[in-house]
Design a protein around this ligand. Structure first.
Ligand SMILES: NC(=O)c1ccc[n+]([C@@H]2O[C@H](COP(=O)([O-])OP(=O)(O)OC[C@H]3O[C@@H](n4cnc5c(N)ncnc54)[C@H](O)[C@@H]3O)[C@@H](O)[C@H]2O)c1
Length: 373
């Protein structure tokens, strides 16, 4: 298949590009380095430097023999989008290219409007490009479990049947976001659902939970091919942040009561889920939704796991509750369904002590080499 990966420089985009390339697909990646730019502007740095996409695609060619096509530019710009679609007519588009940080979206007006404009315009441009230039193509869009919020009832997989005054209908499961970033994801879903109905598009919307980890089959023993790894409070997801805090001898900062529960997944499973979604496209005029995570943990449970593994490694890990910078329920019911991807064949890589130890040992080695530089 010809697969176009939007946001191909990102934490998930680059590993996805290599994974699908290794499976023999023809891959193109597009990115404007927005994520790197926002990190520089906010003065936060990933744990280690990563090569840019020109260097990464060359390295991948040297290691694997596979070519990855590269487009550098801003996907909010229609001319850039049409240039890509005219040069590389995709069978499938994996859409990661958004501002992905909830805390960043809540920083100030500038960050908020950047998130709104960027995320909605990229999604709209992709919809229009598919409709005008390759209407058969399948859009695989990254949404988030955060679209659902934390309702006091079970979370279904995308849709809910409502029985009202003796009549029944099926609707998108109610959404209630806890940040502006998550609100843009809800708006994306609404845009996609609208144009699926209007133009018979084929769309899979993946409600993904926070991802952790670094290692995939394609980058193991190839440090130059690792994705970037943020551990700051803006761009670092919670488990990645705890791992670095533990290694740095800094207390694991649990926000508030720590009962916030979410569905998590290993980066390897993100790649498997994306591949399964690509291999199982919906028919035209159908919006297929999967809840993409493999297991749920509260923040306290994650902190306890990191403390346990860290202490086994000889670290003296402490946990500290700090005032919650976010407005969110700290103790709540959480029971989301997630059977769709398992039924398609997903075999989860669960969060074991061994997985955690491998990540912590890597971070510890990086910390030592940084100290020696
Ligand atoms: N990482 C997670 O835990 C997680 C969880 C749920 C959902 N998601 C979603 O998955 C997607 C990928 O997440 P990630 O963690 O890899 O984020 P990321 O920031 O690392 O990757 C997104 C990439 O898209 C690029 N991009 C953004 N706007 C662009 C534009 N206008 N033109 C061209 N490129 C653009 C960025 O430069 C970046 O490289 C996002 O949509 C995010 O919302 C991520």
């Amino acid at each position: 298949m010809r697969i176009l990966i939007l946001g191909g420089d990102g934490y998930l985009g680059w590993p996805t590009a290599m994974h699908l390339s290794a499976k023999g697909h023809e891959i193109a990646v597009a990115d404007n380095y927005l994520r790197r730019q926002l990190c520089r502007e906010e003065d936060v740095e990933p744990l280690f430097e990563t090569p840019n996409l020109i260097q990464r695609t060359k390295l991948w060619k040297a290691v694997s023999g596979y070519e990855i096509n590269l487009f550098i530019g801003d996907l909010t710009q229609w001319d850039f989008v049409t240039e890509i679609f005219n040069h590389f007519k995709p069978d499938c588009i994996v859409h990661y290219a958004e501002q992905p940080s909830a805390p960043y979206s809540m920083l100030n007006r500038r960050a908020a409007t950047c998130t709104l404009q960027n995320n909605l315009m990229v999604t709209a441009n992709i919809i229009f490009a598919v409709h005008e230039l390759c209407p058969e193509a399948h859009i695989v869009k990254l949404g988030t479990m955060g679209e659902y919020g934390t309702p006091n009832i079970d979370i279904e997989e995308g849709w809910i049947e409502i029985d009202h005054k003796n009549r029944k209908d099926t609707f998108l499961y109610p959404r209630q976001a806890g940040s502006l970033y998550h609100t843009t994801k809800i708006m994306d879903t609404d845009l996609l659902w609208f144009y699926v109905r209007m133009w018979d598009l084929r769309v899979t919307d993946l409600m993904q939970g926070p991802v952790y980890g670094l290692f995939t089959d394609e980058n193991i023993n190839q440090n130059q091919l690792l994705p970037f790894f943020n551990y700051d409070e803006l761009f670092g997801t919670v488990l990645n942040r705890f791992v670095v805090q533990a290694v740095a001898g800094y207390p694991l900062t649990v926000y508030g009561k720590g009962g916030q529960t979410r569905g998590y997944l290993n980066i390897k499973d993100t790649l498997n889920c994306i591949r399964l979604a690509i291999e199982n496209p919906p028919s035209p005029g159908k919006l297929q939704i999967f809840n993409q995570f493999t297991e749920t943990f509260s923040v306290n449970e994650l902190a306890d796991m990191v403390k346990h593994v860290g202490n086994q490694m000889g670290l003296n890990v402490k946990i500290q509750s700090i005032e919650n910078p976010r407005k969110e329920a700290e103790d709540h019911y959480y029971n989301p369904k997630h059977t769709g991807l398992t039924e398609l064949g997903l075999e989860p890589n669960f969060l074991t002590d061994t997985v955690l130890a491998q990540l912590m040992e890597f971070v510890a080695r990086k910390a030592v080499s940084a100290a020696l530089e």
